[in-house]
Design a protein around this ligand. Sequence first.
Ligand SMILES: Cc1ncc(COP(=O)(O)O)c(C=O)c1O
Length: 364
Amino acid sequence: MRVPYVNLGLQHEKDRAELLEKVGELLDSGMFILGQEVYQFEETFAKIAGTKYAVGVANGTDSLMLSMQALGICVGDEVITVSHSYLASASSVALIGANPVLIDVDDNFNMDASKLEDAITAKTKAIIVVHLTGRPADMDSIMSIANKHNIPVIEDAAQAVGATYKGKPVGGFGVFGSFSLHPLKNLAAAGDAGVITTDSEKHYNWLLKARNHGLKSRDELEFFSINSRLDALQAAILNIKVRRLDEWNERRREIADRYINELSSVVRVPAYSMDFSPVFHAFVIQTDKRDELASYLAEHEIDSKVHYPIAIHQQEGASRSIMHDLTNTEYIVKTILSIPVYPELTDSQVDFIIKTIKTFFNDK
Ligand SMILES: Cc1ncc(COP(=O)(O)O)c(C=O)c1O
């Protein structure tokens, strides 16, 4: 039985006719930039994050950069984030001329709040908290330290759309929530897309201009900015797909529950409770036999991946970063393995994955 790591085509099966009809409608209308589909999606998305506003942008990296620019962060400033994340959590900081300050993660792969205060300096202008793998970070501790030092928090919730922390959706804790809607994410466009959430009317109004060259009207420029608009075509597709987000996240949790129950005797599995209600963008197991297990799974036609095999501070291109102790990050990258967890996995594929992993360890 072949089990691919993802199967993006399958997620459109049930809505295929409606999606194709909508694309046809848009092609006929010629409404490609912003417009009703984008505004409708923004309204829906703000409800998902529990915020007053949402602004559609071109991708999740722009959403991080624009959030920092809205806070006036620029050359020489410091932004604290983690080294165990997708590179954009840090590259977005460097791209606006600031310095990423990289701190360690805890055993749940998220920012270790106990390491945060030591990294704060007079130059710290924001904290980017990543909800990696769809699991909310320790927001109580992080927000209390951030509030004590009066430092704004940006949530990099690219992998966590729909996740909740103590009943409250991620994306609504910080000044900004930053989401990617890249094809591999839990809510995925048919290409690149992103969205920023906020409760601040001032920031919302600034972002509407900032994503559109800094224009305050068709012909009047308020400030120079990039073009980072969400395409109407992507918004239209997202407006249809978003209806299935809860169903998809629920199925991810169902599969994760089986992995947790059936694999915890042989590998370390993610801890989870209703306080940290994750959406399992990835299901990451941990074992000292990671490479052997990955090869064994490949021999049995089960795809797995490592998210991420090289921490950001270990990347050649991350030379501007300021690094703190990253011992746990360096251990984690050598022991983690992501196994398939998408909604379209069949029960028999899940059975096969569990059986194959157990056989690997029992034969050792
Ligand atoms: C944690 C995290 N942050 C930021 C991004 C960047 O998003 P995008 O690829 O849409 O620019 C991603 C996407 O891969 C991500 O996983």
